[in-house]
Design a protein around this ligand. Structure first.
Ligand code: PEP
Ligand code: MG
Length: 555
């Protein structure tokens, strides 16, 4: 047995034979070409065929995947890249397949040098396009659609064009050498509920080798020993039983989620892409509680047009069919940098000009985004708009006025993620329709513990009584004038959610994978039980104590 460690990208476990999705087998010709004109023509033809093929796949795909495929089709026609390859054929007599792969590599390396994770992720899209062109030139082609038995897909990288072909019935798990949690493969795997590990470095396995994937720990076992295999198999079968049970239980739930004694709690989904929305709605999400709009901007050197921004909003409104869409206006800066703004480097970006502060600094950017949302809205839609990183009541007022100027029908709210705003929640609730608590950042700022620093994990426990008391303070201060939701990661934990409901939270928003379990857990609870859990947790002196006390109170 060999054990590989990567980054957990999509939870769950699976064991199955390896299905190698390999591009390494591509044998690039080395000998110089004689007929350069002919070779250039072959290159251009092949690039055009790949572009058309990607467009055809895009037409069959949906939403965000379709956009990625369209973007790749544009890359295949990128004159700068194709000209670089043509130049190599003409001046160095390089064979077309090698010329196009080399040209793609130069472009990809430039992208990869970017510190922005999303930008770097586009490097793999460029490489994929060029390899596709080269494969066509040498007459080789392979796609996931050729898979016929349940397998673990093992790949160096899984290009978006192929991710679109993932069949959750056939793909038991995914093990990828490259990639990050925010790569397209990881997002799609999570939305489809396929266990996945990315960033494994090298994955040397042979087709058919038995592979066990642990998407919770980030471990991949090649030819697992008997003990590991049976552990993974029993975890997979317990998870499957649990999933079936949840689906059965959820099927008997009617309409909106309520506790046994009738308290209504809106269970919503957090999304950055349409794939996540689709998965969330399938699991019974009652709306979107947080649309992270940054993804559209992050890999850009120029701002997306108002029409493009508007289309992205419309693409979410359509499947929602009148359910609420809470849109967070851009939260650039800190962990979400954007190349097109060329923002000055800050000593401490998490505390810098980000979120609503940047919107005030460059109001035309916000107006453009609000205009795009207004363009997208039509009768029957339920839109809510909220600002990130609000620290004062004055900022909240400024934001509300800005949305009013955009003249659309929308609820207006703010994210409660800065401790100062917790103390001013009453004044903020005065001017807003809702407050959505962002526990990820609120915890970071409350404890002065960088959310990206794993060594500070003990200071980032959402059960910490300090955080629970902050949630209580917000609910008490809002006092029914504004509804209170939670959209940080904490909201995905059923026990934490019950405490929040006991404190007065009315809406909980989480990743699509947590919706089913949350709806079932809440419908099996009572408001009295939630209140008892909240009181017990608040009285604890630390996170472990709060967790234990809440569990005990709920029996
Ligand atoms: C949060 O801070 O809790 C939140 C939901 O926003 P993000 O994670 O995007 O900063
Ligand atoms: Mg935040």
């Amino acid at each position: 047995m060999r054990t590989l460690q990567g980054t957990p990208a999509s939870p769950g476990v699976a064991v199955a034979p390896a299905w190698i999705f390999s591009r390494a087998a591509l044998d690039l010709p080395k000998e110089s070409v004689e007929e350069t004109d002919l070779e250039v023509e072959r290159l251009r033809d092949s690039a055009e065929q790949v572009a058309s093929d990607l467009e055809a796949r895009s037409a069959k795909a949906e939403g965000e995947l379709a956009e990625v495929l369209d973007a790749q089709a544009m890359m295949a026609r990128d004159p700068e890249m194709i000209d670089a390859a043509v130049e190599a054929v003409r001046t160095k007599r390089t064979p077309a397949p090698r010329a196009v792969v080399d040209a793609g590599e130069t472009f990809a390396e430039a992208l990869q040098a970017s510190e922005n994770e999303y930008m770097a992720a586009r490097a793999s899209d460029v490489r994929d396009v060029c390899v596709r062109i080269a494969r066509r030139l040498v007459g080789a082609d392979d796609t996931l659609s050729q898979m016929s038995q349940r397998s673990v897909v093992v790949a160096d990288e899984l290009p978006p064009a192929d991710v679109g072909e993932l069949d959750r019935d056939l793909v038991a798990g995914i093990a990828i050498a490259q990639g990050s949690r925010t790569s397209h493969t990881a997002i799609v795997a999570r939305a489809l509920g396929i266990p996945a590990v990315v960033g494994l470095g090298e994955v040397e396995v042979d087709p058919g080798d038995e592979i066990a994937v642990d998407g919770d720990s980030g471990q991949v076992f090649v030819e697992p020993d008997e003990k590991t295999r049976s552990e993974i198999e029993s975890r997979a079968s317990r998870a499957e039983d649990r999933r079936r049970h949840l689906i059965e239980r959820a099927a008997s739930l009617e309409g909106s989620t309520r506790t046994r004694d009738g308290r209504r709690v809106e269970v919503a989904v957090n999304v950055a892409t349409e794939v996540e929305l689709k998965a969330g709605l399938e699991a019974g999400a009652e709306g979107v509680g947080l649309f992270r709009t940054e993804l559209l901007y992050l890999d850009r050197t120029e701002a997306p047009s108002r029409a493009e921004q508007s289309a992205a909003v419309r693409n979410l409104l359509d499947p929602l069919e009148g359910k609420r869409l809470v849109i967070r206006t851009f939260d650039f800066g800190a962990d979400k940098p954007v190349p097109f703004l060329s923002l000055p480097t800050e000593e401490n970006p998490a505390m810098g000009v980000r979120g609503v502060r940047l919107a005030r600094d460059q109001p035309e950017l916000l107006d453009d985004q609000l205009g795009a949302i207004a363009d997208a809205a039509s009768t029957g839609d339920r839109i809510a708009i909220m600002a990130p990183m609000v620290a004062t009541a004055e900022e909240a007022r400024w934001f509300v006025e800005r949305v009013e100027r955009a003249e659309m029908e929308a609820e207006v709210g703010v994210m409660l993620e800065v401790p100062a705003a917790v103390f001013m929640a009453g004044e903020i609730a005065e001017v807003c329709d809702f407050l959505s608590i962002g526990t990820n950042d609120l915890t970071q700022y409350l404890f002065a513990a960088d959310r990206q620093n794993g060594r500070l994990g003990s200071l980032q426990d959402p059960f910490a009584p300090a955080l629970l008391r902050a949630v209580k303070a917000v609910c008490d201060a809002a006092d029914g004038r504004a509804w209170v939701g939670v959209c940080g990661e904490a909201a995905a934990d059923p026990l934490w959610a019950m405490i929040a409901v006991g404190l007065g939270v009315e809406e909980l928003s989480m990743g699509p994978e947590s919706i089913l379990e949350m709806r079932v857990s809440l419908s099996e609870s009572t408001l009295d039980g939630c209140r008892a859990a909240a009181a017990a947790a608040l009285a604890a002196t630390d996170a472990a104590g709060a967790r234990g006390a809440a569990e005990k109170a709920l029996g």
